[in-house]
Design a protein around this ligand. Structure first.
Ligand SMILES: O=C(CO)[C@H](O)[C@H](O)COP(=O)(O)O
Length: 260
């Protein structure tokens, strides 16, 4: 099976980040295709190295995959606090601020990441941007009165430093997409977000808005993969960047399982 350079980049980042998990840790497990590579790799380490840790999933999809891999799954209520969360992202800027929620799991992802000593983001190099906003910003809303909530969101966007102002209700076929918590998602097509902090605060003040996909000052480390197996690890605290290469042969099973 031929794997795309994009899959290789995601897998390289995920395999490198899997090394951050140590025995006895409580680990937040992200959602999405990059996070799926991570969970496969952690499953390998569980079986082959006897690595034992407890995973807190950020979605039912991730919980199912982690259990399939034989990883011990606990809830955030049981864990209370986590050593580490590893998750994907839709966009990452130079300060490691993020847009997340492309997979619709932003609420659990934000709660889990915020309840962690360290958040590590795994991403292919295409996710790196100068300024956030080309990827539509997901906003999770309560279904009750969602059209009124959407109108209020569109109203506040008028005063914001953004380029685009259209919004769309995320769909799943003919029906609205429903999150694990039973909410809807409104995607904001902003193109460029000039002041992410202000936008995040204003959005979360609108009644009916549960949370938005801006993750500001939450990510500590970015592990960015390239299609040739190169991986850059950017650490915010030290300001340092380390470059390594992941032996992709090592991740072959991980690749195949996901690609299938
Ligand atoms: O935020 C997310 C899910 O809500 C994902 O982490 C984000 O969408 C990236 O996904 P992928 O790794 O598939 O590109």
């Amino acid at each position: 099976m031929t794997l795309t350079p994009l899959d290789r980049a995601k897998c390289a980042a995920a395999c490198r980040a899997a090394d951050f998990v140590e025995g006895g840790m409580k680990v937040g497990l992200g959602t999405g295709s990059t996070a799926a590579f991570l969970i496969r790799r952690l499953g390998e380490r569980w079986r082959e190295e006897g690595l034992r840790f407890r995973g807190v999933p950020t979605s039912t999809r991730t919980a199912d995959l982690a259990r399939e891999e034989g990883i011990e799954v606990i809830s955030l209520e049981e864990a209370r606090w986590l050593d580490l969360t590893i998750d994907g992202a839709d966009e990452v800027d130079g300060s490691l601020n993020l847009i997340k929620g492309g997979g619709g799991a932003l609420l659990q992802e934000k709660i889990v990441a915020t309840a962690s000593d360290r958040m590590v983001v795994i991403a292919d190099a295409g996710k790196r941007v100068e300024t956030l906003g080309a990827f539509p910003l997901p906003v999770e809303v309560v279904p009750f009165g969602w059209t009124a909530t959407r109108a209020l969101i569109e109203e506040v966007l008028v005063g914001m430093d953004v380029l685009g102002r259209t919004t769309s209700l995320r769909m799943n076929g003919d029906m609205p997409f429903v999150t694990d918590e039973g909410h809807y998602i409104i995607d904001l097509h902003l193109n460029r977000i000039g002041n992410a902090r202000q936008l995040s605060l204003v959005l979360n003040q609108i009644p009916g808005v549960v949370e938005n996909g801006l993750f500001l000052d939450i990510c500590d480390t970015l592990v960015m993969g390239h299609g040739d197996g190169r991986v850059e690890v950017h650490d915010l605290a030290s300001g340092g960047t380390e470059e390594t290469r992941v032996d992709l042969a090592e991740g072959d099973n991980v690749f195949t399982d996901i690609a299938d």
